[in-house]
Design a protein around this ligand. Structure first.
Ligand SMILES: CC(C)(COP(=O)(O)OP(=O)(O)OC[C@H]1O[C@@H](n2cnc3c(N)ncnc32)[C@H](O)[C@@H]1OP(=O)(O)O)[C@@H](O)C(=O)NCCC(=O)NCCS
Length: 159
């Protein structure tokens, strides 16, 4: 996996996300173009539940008290997953996304997780370049199936 050795901006701290970070992370999500936000699953209560179920493995990048990057990271005891991997637009191409991924990979590794799975929209050119550059393998041999249990959990995409 290819990572920069250091962040260009030394004021950036990469650390575990806590429930107290919710407002800052939510602000970041709302600033990310085309990010899909779920009405229930991305709410404070659901994210708190997600973080309590997966303690210490989601990550934020913080600069002077502002959250400028985050990854929701979880696992089911077998496979790790990443959601809402994002970096604030003004702070991109400085290695923050890569450093957050490395942090989360190390956290999953410490929990003996062997594989990570994530979704990227086909038309997300930057996102797909990012994963390719990090060495993530794109599966061409599968379809993604889903079943909506709660029809009230609506996804809205940012403009
Ligand atoms: C994808 C994203 C998280 C990358 O964050 P970042 O902090 O800019 O990433 P890095 O600086 O660590 O970039 C690592 C490498 O990814 C690739 N990359 C990142 N942004 C790229 C871009 N705009 N165009 C082409 N390649 C890019 C490059 O190879 C880059 O290395 P380099 O800068 O040495 O060339 C950020 O662009 C983002 O938040 N995008 C919107 C949300 C999103 O699409 N998330 C992914 C969902 S699957």
């Amino acid at each position: 996996m290819a990572f920069r050795s250091s962040l260009e901006d030394e004021k950036i701290v990469i650390r575990a996300m806590t429930e107290a970070d919710y407002d800052g992370v939510r602000r970041l999500w709302m600033s990310i173009r085309h990010l899909g936000i779920r009405s229930i699953d991305d709410g404070r209560e659901s994210i708190g539940r997600f973080l309590r179920r997966n303690p210490g493995i989601s990550v934020v990048a913080v600069r002077e008290n502002e959250i400028v990057g985050s990854i929701l990271c979880g696992h089911d005891g077998r496979t790790g997953c990443f959601y809402h991997v994002c970096v604030k637009e003004d702070f991109r191409r400085q290695g923050i996304g890569s450093r957050m991924v490395r942090w989360a990979v190390e956290a999953l590794n410490a929990e003996k997780i062997s594989k990570i799975s994530l979704f990227a929209f086909v038309d997300n050119v930057i996102g797909n370049d990012f994963w390719r550059q990090l060495g993530f393998r794109r599966r061409e041999d599968m379809f993604n199936y889903e079943w909506q249990l709660n029809k009230e959990d609506i996804t809205s995409f940012n403009q």
